[in-house]
Ligand binder design. Structure first.
Ligand SMILES: NC(=O)c1ccc[n+]([C@@H]2O[C@H](COP(=O)([O-])OP(=O)(O)OC[C@H]3O[C@@H](n4cnc5c(N)ncnc54)[C@H](O)[C@@H]3O)[C@@H](O)[C@H]2O)c1
Length: 330
């Protein structure tokens, strides 16, 4: 990335309104020419129409391969801007400046970029690593509280899948975290990024291990589908999804009841949801077969053995799953 070249900052007007000037001034000071490219706020921006529009804008502004795209925003902006960077002229430099907690601990790390089709989320995408991920914890001060809580669900997930000590830290410091105390925030964001990076380094293209990052997500995708996208946030769906995954693990004799209780308690402490009304009928089962992990009509679940360890299981019986889902219709 050469000073003197152009940087296209992709963001939405709300985020640009708060942080645009700071980003622009610091880039200009470093010798870059800044071009702001606005996208609408929210998931609706993540589609092929936006990709085409942004690429046309890059052509109009004479962007070449030595220029860069910088994503300033949450996971939506990051996924969309990253996909544009991956395909424009077969790939130009890409930088992530994530502003939501979810984007800081999850979507900005690992190189998955994508947009949605009408038929489903993230169906068109690429593995495209950013040249730099720059995280400034101060931006979390303006993040809406519900978005902050959603990000915490993914942070808790890292403890469950990979690091019991980290999970214990989250149990013992939930007040400091809720108050966004700088030391606590630095620790949880840093450790989350480390865990994600470790897993992705080992398995970038999701041949095996990377699937453990989907702990709770099989349930979450069904919850999002049933609730209707936008009604319930992804993080909220992941929270209850993780508890269902833990309860399923317990039903299968993989983990003991105290593991389930610790997950239940930590979600409660962080005001995250722990249940979903799957509607009391067996029709819900077919929604589980839409999961990307389904191969040869076999359901695959990420299950926990104990806090800090998960395993991929193909042995979940449909009956057991239905029992679990119908057990606690609210
Ligand atoms: N690529 C990956 O590996 C990966 C992983 C997880 C999720 N995702 C994707 O991430 C997206 C969700 O990301 P998200 O939860 O960040 O949602 P988001 O990008 O929609 O951001 C949530 C809201 O918060 C606002 N916002 C963000 N930062 C702010 C700040 N500092 N101050 C004020 N407002 C701020 C945004 O404008 C938006 O309205 C989904 O599309 C999902 O598919 C991708």
């Amino acid at each position: 990335l050469v000073p003197g070249k152009k940087v296209a900052v992709v963001s939405n007007d709300a985020i640009w309104g708060i942080y645009g000037k700071t980003v622009m001034v610091s880039l200009e000071k470093a010798g870059f020419a800044v071009h702001y490219m606005a996208v609408p706020a929210g998931e609706k921006a993540k589609n092929m129409a936006s990709v085409e529009k942004l690429c046309e804008e890059l052509v109009d502004a004479s962007f070449d391969r030595q220029c860069a795209v910088l994503a300033l925003g949450g996971g939506v902006v990051g996924d969309l801007a990253g996909f544009v960077a991956a395909v424009y002229m077969r790939g130009i430099h890409f930088i992530q400046v994530p502003t939501s907690l979810l984007a800081q601990v999850d979507s900005s790390v690992g190189g998955k970029v994508a947009v949605n089709l009408l038929s489903g989320k993230n169906l068109v995408g690429a593995f495209y690593q950013p040249k730099l991920v720059l995280i400034d914890l101060d931006v979390l001060s303006t993040l809406p509280p519900r978005e902050f809580t959603c990000g915490l669900a993914e942070v808790i997930k890292y403890g469950i899948i990979r690091d019991a000590e980290f999970f214990e830290y989250l149990e013992n410091h939930h007040r400091e975290i809720q108050q966004k105390q700088p030391d606590a925030m630095l620790h949880i964001v840093k450790r989350s990024c480390q865990i994600k990076a470790e897993v992705v380094e080992y398995d970038e293209k999701e041949g095996g291990l990377r699937a453990i990052l989907n702990f709770g997500h099989t349930f979450a995708h069904v919850i999002e589908l049933m609730a209707g996208y936008g009604k319930i946030t992804h993080g909220e769906a992941v929270a209850s999804g993780m508890l269902y995954a833990a309860r399923l693990s317990n039903k299968m004799g993989l983990c003991d009841a105290s593991t389930v209780k610790r997950i239940d308690d930590i979600l409660k402490k962080n005001n995250l949801p722990r249940k979903f009304d799957f509607g009391g009928n067996e029709g819900v089962l077919k929604l589980f077969y839409r999961d990307k992990k389904v191969e040869n009509a076999t359901l695959k679940f990420i299950l926990t053995e104990y806090i800090g360890s998960v395993t991929i299981s193909e042995k979940v019986l449909e009956g057991r799953l239905v029992d679990l889902l119908l057990q606690d219709v609210m």
